[in-house]
Design a protein around this ligand. Structure first.
Ligand code: CAA
Length: 259
């Protein structure tokens, strides 16, 4: 397995790949090297047939306190435009397998945006979500104004981006940003359990569902329904469709081939 400087990578549960941000001295602030390593590790798991669900986490104190302000302080617009300092974050959106963000402590700025780019969020009771960019004279630049608005609605997203109002874990769950909230000593185990549950599902259907749900945020209803129907028809080509329906009829658990 590749070794990294700013992240830890393991497969703690069969079928589940875990990527842990590990820059504690800077509360996992996202500099170019860290984000590049995160995307490389996720892409490697995406290519690995033995892994079917991914978990992205930080420390109990900080998922990530945002983009690295010290690195950004010396960055100009042309350098950003050329993609030299900060990696292309759309690499995260192109991962096919479901990603669960296991968030504890600070998830600010780019940290909140990175969690929102994942497919599900499991939070600890100490998690705090916010978009504080306005306090350093800029604005969210990795999807904060767009994904947060879709997740929590315009009024709250506007308040968070304009005034640096943070959401507690419970508020984030209430508004639909977070799936589940647990005490700090169990949130990661619960995220891994949820990942194991998804990893035990037929992988081709999992991928088609992830694609279709994500399309709901981008397409009109009629376009989304066409996209859904094509994925639905496509699943009738899979061995797992034959096995799943046969197992139901024979009253036994299915044995997925993930094909
Ligand atoms: N970038 C660089 N370093 C950071 C950082 C960041 N985003 N956040 C924290 N750190 C560093 C601090 O500088 C400090 O380092 P030193 O010990 O060398 O001084 C270390 O991490 C610990 O931080 P604090 O002492 O500040 O810890 P705290 O517990 O007192 O405060 C905090 C925690 C409220 C999260 C505070 O650190 C903070 O406000 N951080 C910045 C949050 C922020 O503004 N994030 C948005 C960045 S912009 C962005 O993300 C743009 C985008 O959309 C992509």
């Amino acid at each position: 397995m590749t070794t990294y400087e700013n992240i830890l990578v393991e497969t703690p549960v069969p079928g589940v790949g875990l990527v842990r941000l590990n820059r504690p001295q800077a509360l996992n602030a996202l500099n170019g090297d860290l984000t590049r390593e995160v995307f490389e590790a996720l892409e490697a798991f995406d290519r690995d047939e033995a892994v079917r669900c991914l978990v992205l986490t930080g420390s109990d104190k900080a998922f990530a306190a945002g983009a690295d302000i010290k690195q950004m302080a010396d960055t100009d617009a042309v350098t950003l435009f050329a993609g030299q300092d900060f990696t292309d974050w759309s690499r995260l959106a192109r991962i096919h397998k479901p990603i669960i963000a296991a968030v504890s402590g600070w998830a600010l700025g780019g940290g909140c945006e990175m969690a929102m780019m994942c497919d599900l969020i499991v939070a600890s009771e100490t998690a705090k979500f916010g978009q504080p960019e306005i306090t350093i004279g800029i604005m969210p630049g990795a999807g904060g104004t767009q994904r947060l608005t879709r997740a929590v609605g315009k009024a709250l997203a506007m308040e968070m981006c304009l005034t640096n109002r943070h959401l507690s874990a419970e508020e984030a769950r209430h508004y639909g940003l977070v799936n589940q909230v647990y005490p700090v000593d169990s949130y990661l185990d619960e995220a891994l359990k949820l990942a194991a549950k998804i990893a035990a599902m037929p992988a081709v259907a999992v991928r088609m569902i992830k694609d279709a749900v994500n399309k709901a945020e981008e397409l009109s209803l009629s376009e989304g329904l066409v996209f859904e129907k094509r994925n639905f028809y496509l699943l009738f080509c899979t061995e797992d469709k034959t096995e799943g329906m046969r197992a139901f009829v024979e009253k036994r658990p299915p044995e997925w081939k993930h094909r």
